[in-house]
Ligand binder design. Structure first.
Ligand SMILES: [Zn+2]
Length: 194
């Protein structure tokens, strides 16, 4: 009598591996799409002057560019969900959970949305808050501030000048020489090692 072929084994294993393969494919596509945005990329909004920096934090000159204006759908495609929630929807990451609060490497922190140079390791300090903290931006020209009355507090919001990404808040209790503390979400930043 013929034994039934154990053919079901092969397709079954293939079937089990399929989600893994699909997951790996999605992950690789996702990684490919998450390349660094270019700070000199053309926008469609108001014209602004920015200061360009190399990854060592050295000034390279002035950029005259248009602000970047994109729809939520467009940003959603380019950002991870937590980056979108913080940078585009003014969210706040939980303290001590971000990728840079404890980063002590030398380099430049760029906008996660548009690549504009925002902060440098030279001005970073340990604030003990669990968020990356800086006593000054890389260049005053590259950020803008706005009054923020949300959550029953009067705070100063810090935004990217090029794309209006929400970065964090500014407090007057920082160290010398400025006495200012830029309390910034890791989610809004992309670190470039010097
Ligand atoms: Zn930006």
């Amino acid at each position: 009598m013929l034994q039934p072929l154990p053919s079901h084994r092969v397709p079954r294993r293939a079937f089990l591996l399929m989600p893994l393969a699909a997951g790996a494919l999605v992950a690789s596509l996702y990684r490919r799409e998450r390349k660094m945005p270019d700070a000199a990329a053309k926008g469609t909004g108001t014209e602004v002057d920015l200061v360009a920096f190399d990854d060592k934090g050295e000034r390279e000159g002035t950029l005259h560019v248009q602000q970047i204006v994109k729809s939520d759908e467009e940003w959603r495609k380019e950002l991870a969900p937590d980056e979108f929630a913080v940078a585009r929807k003014a969210g706040t990451e939980r303290a001590f959970t971000g990728r840079y609060w404890d980063n002590h490497e030398a380099g430049l922190y760029r906008c996660v949305c548009c690549g504009t140079a925002l902060f440098r390791s030279d001005e970073k300090f340990d604030s003990g808050t669990g968020w990356p903290s800086f006593w000054a931006p890389a260049a005053e020209e590259n950020v803008r501030t706005e009054k923020d009355d949300s959550l029953f507090m009067e705070r100063i919001e810090v935004l990217c000048k090029k794309c209006n990404a929400h970065l964090g808040h500014l407090f007057p209790d920082g160290p010398r020489p400025t006495g200012m503390r830029y309390c910034i979400n890791s989610c809004s930043l992309r670190f470039a090692k010097a």
